[in-house]
Design a binder for this molecule. Structure first.
Ligand code: MTE
Ligand code: MO
Length: 380
């Protein structure tokens, strides 16, 4: 899998890192409810493995009643497992990290903490099978001690002198969730075979959780009593208190980031631009909440967060358990000169966003979910 292939498949991306390849979606390609495959962001920790689909076997073992190896054709056989299609927003927990970097630069690890803007998020329709049904029908269920399902990807990366396979886990209660909310093994993205760069031939999709749990190139699933010992699960995607810095951080000071909180972003206008208008400034962007909560209300402020205008319901795309809502609004503005606009979202559990980046700053620079702010020069 070559850089040329990336450039061909991902022509219009912001190439954040060359190796491992990480690409961000441009704001203009985030204007549709479903993100086109060629524009969907890419987050990789290592290389893109080449997997022979005929030789491929998904191994399931650990605390299951019966270990199995399944061919792709077994998984795709509707007489064995019913198929499901889910619309899902995947959000990297590093989305909007550049705002935390701008506050206190230099604390993160460049390779792990890619400098994402507002485009490390995307929405796609995934087709596959429900992991809970596979566990039941193929493995005769899990043993009573099983609490977590570990997903191992075929890609590898070096950390502190060791070569790791990508490995994370999801709690059994998430795997067992109701239909439409459970963990999916997917081979199709927006009606096309799952592109290699997005985990083809098979990936995990964990709705409502940080993108990191949705393991690409999954080839082994382990039923475990505890969460995965993979570095991504226990070391890299931790949420620290604001009192902790790189020098005094211990893994025990942080908790493993699971479900995503509510967050949003202004995509238009772009920050630090001149906006010429006739008394109304038009804004648009995305709003999303994880954990199966949906976006209820989006508000925009033209004065840094003192006065808020609600985005009318008809200016939001439809409500969804696992997907963002795109929004647009016109805000009356008389002032000329520099203005600070910001957006905040309320979800179905009445959660909203921290006011400032500093309110939720953490040295590993994850989950930048504070009200997104832009500065524009208003010409009325
Ligand atoms: N799965 C494997 N095997 N290797 C990876 O590096 N990156 C994770 C996740 N699954 C990753 C992975 C992270 S951090 C994110 S945000 C999502 O994949 C991104 O999925 P995408 O590249 O399809 O957008
Ligand atoms: Mo991520």
């Amino acid at each position: 899998f070559s850089w040329e292939t990336v450039l061909k498949e991902k022509d219009n991306m912001l190439h954040i890192l060359d190796f491992p390849y990480n690409g961000e979606t441009r704001p203009e390609d985030l204007k549709t409810k479903i993100t086109e495959n060629k524009h969907h962001f890419v987050r990789n920790h290592g290389g893109v493995p080449d997997i022979d689909e005929d030789a491929f076997r998904l191994e399931i073992g650990g605390l299951v009643n019966q270990s199995v190896e399944l061919k792709l054709s077994d998984l795709k056989d509707p007489s064995k497992f019913p198929q499901v299609e889910v619309t899902v927003t995947l959000q990297c927990s590093g989305t909007r990290r550049i705002e935390q970097i701008a506050e206190y630069p230099g604390d993160g690890d460049e390779l792990i903490n890619a400098p994402w803007g507002e485009g490390a998020i995307g929405t796609a329709v995934y087709r596959g099978v429900s992991l809970k049904k596979v566990l039941k029908a193929a493995c005769g269920g899990v043993k009573p001690e099983c609490e977590h399902l570990e997903f191992i990807g075929a890609d590898t990366y070096f950390k502190k002198g060791h070569l790791f396979n990508y490995a994370v886990s999801a709690p059994l209660r998430k795997v067992r969730a109701n239909s439409g909310e459970e963990v999916i093994l997917a081979w199709e993205m927006n009606g096309q075979p799952l592109p290699k760069i997005h985990g083809g031939p098979l990936r995990v999709v964990v709705t409502g959780y940080i993108g990191a749990r949705s393991t690409k190139w999954v080839y082994r699933i382990n039923a475990l009593p505890v969460p995965s010992y993979g570095p991504v699960q226990r070391q890299e995607y931790l949420y620290y208190t604001s009192q902790i810095g790189k020098q005094n951080a211990k893994y025990s000071n942080g908790f493993s980031i699971g479900q995503m909180p509510v967050s949003s972003a202004i995509l238009e206008p772009k920050t630090k631009t001149v906006v010429i208008h006739d008394g109304k400034v038009k804004l648009s962007g995305w709003a999303y909440s994880g954990g199966g909560n949906w976006v209820e209300r989006v508000e925009v402020s033209p004065d840094g967060g003192h006065v808020w205008y609600q985005v009318p319901e008809e200016n939001l795309t439809e409500k969804h358990y696992h997907a963002w809502r795109l929004w647009n609004v016109e805000v009356p503005v008389e002032a000329e000169g520099w203005l600070e606009f910001c957006v905040r979202t309320w979800d179905s559990s009445c959660n909203t966003e921290p006011t400032y980046v500093r309110s939720a700053w953490n040295w590993d620079l994850h989950v930048t979910s504070s009200a997104h702010r832009i500065k524009i020069y208003s010409v009325n």
